[in-house]
Design a binder for this molecule. Structure first.
Ligand SMILES: Cc1ncc(COP(=O)(O)O)c(C=O)c1O
Length: 364
């Protein structure tokens, strides 16, 4: 056997949400709904499907390695220059690129806990030190504790906004005050995977800060509101120097043609995005009311998922719901042992879930 690097012994593989067909097979049931991976329950824009079908007639050529057309479209939509953008095979891939570009073995990196688990892995893979900051009593990222933990070895700070799994946000004024205090040689990554759901009100419009804070990088994705999770496409927005450095580690054809053209088509379908956000709001309000009816505490959310306290071991609830054809996320993987995380679905899915949950919590 070839000996693996030491750090590999401390890593565990990412546990993805269970696929529907696997649950159908395992449980021997036909009706299975997935409310586990924060996907869009409405699917994706028909314009994206049409573009991919057309392209699929001839797949022989390599993709445009620079994603030129997609960058042009994004640049217009966001009001930034094309060279301020970098595309990735999902934002997941960009997380890796960021760590590869910035983390040396002597560096540390600060993140919330629980927060998106991949931050921790990408830092560790580069032999960097992970500093986990527990959430506040209100389940929010504790920015004061982030600041208190910055030292001369700190290189990258990960702000998940809204935070996955809690759905809570950092407000515009909190973010500005934080950015003012972070040293300019520390990269602040604002992971806005759920931006479209959270946008409005107190939620920051971070792009306007790019000029004043050269140490800022924003991440967004086509996996969530645009419903393209299966194609893998996300992007980073920053200043051209930062993007230029990260571009040096990027593979030549890291995003595929289907993903690029589907993303372009999706940007042109604002009606689909509006419908998706409306479905999410209606679903969220329905679930809030249903949880109140069941006497269950929940964390109000700014995203397309939410956490509810089931007052039973979360893994048991996960397995019981699975038997009834509902896939959710068990809170124990986030260190929240009697909570579950559920993705907001269509109204029909939400009702199916609540019916199943009601049975599960009264089965004891
Ligand atoms: C906070 C956060 N960041 C990043 C990602 C990864 O998204 P992508 O599909 O773009 O890789 C997710 C996906 O669940 C997420 O919740």
């Amino acid at each position: 056997m070839v000996r693996q690097r030491n750090i590999i012994n401390s890593l565990s593989p990412y546990i993805p949400g269970k696929p529907i067909d696997e649950v159908q097979r395992e449980q021997g049931i036909d009706r299975v709904i997935k409310m586990a991976s924060n996907e869009n329950p409405l699917g994706n824009s028909p314009l994206a499907s049409k573009a991919v079908e057309e392209w699929a007639k001839n797949m022989a050529q390599y993709p445009d390695g620079n994603s030129t057309r997609l960058k042009e479209n994004l640049s217009r939509a966001l009001g930034v220059e094309s060279d301020q953008l970098l595309l990735g095979s999902g934002t997941d891939q960009i997380l890796e690129y960021i760590a590869e570009t910035y983390i040396n073995p002597e560096d540390n990196s600060i993140m919330g806990h629980p927060s998106f688990p991949r931050y921790e892995t990408v830092v560790k893979v580069m032999d960097g030190e992970v500093i986990r900051i527990p959430l506040t009593a209100n389940h929010c990222l504790d920015l004061n504790a982030f600041l208190a933990n910055i030292n001369h070895r700190t290189k990258v700070i990960w702000i998940c906004n809204p935070n996955n799994p809690t759905g809570t946000i950092i407000t515009d004024s909190e973010q500005r005050a934080f950015l003012n205090k972070v040293p300019k040689d520390v990269l602040v990554v604002l992971d806005e995977a759920y931006y479209e759901y959270a946008s409005g009100g107190d939620y920051p419009e971070s792009i306007k800060y790019l000029n004043d804070y050269p140490n800022l990088l924003i991440l967004r994705t086509f996996s969530k509101v645009y419903g393209l999770a299966g194609l893998r496409i996300g992007y980073a927005i920053s200043n051209r120097d930062t993007i230029g450095y990260i571009n040096r580690v990027r593979g030549p054809f890291n995003t595929n043609t289907a993903a690029q053209i589907a993303a372009i088509a999706s940007l042109g379908d604002e009606a689909f995005v509006r419908r998706s956000i409306k479905t999410n709001i209606e679903g969220r309000e329905y679930l809030y009311a249903a949880f109140k009816n069941l006497g269950l505490k929940f964390i109000p959310t700014y995203a397309n998922f939410l956490m509810v306290k089931v007052n039973l071991p979360s893994d048991k609830v996960f397995r019981s719901l699975l038997k009834k054809g509902v896939i959710i996320r068990s809170g124990d993987i986030f260190g929240m042992d009697d909570w579950i995380r559920v993705t907001i679905g269509t109204m029909e899915e939400n009702k199916f879930f609540i019916h199943a949950l009601n049975e599960v919590i009264h089965e004891r």
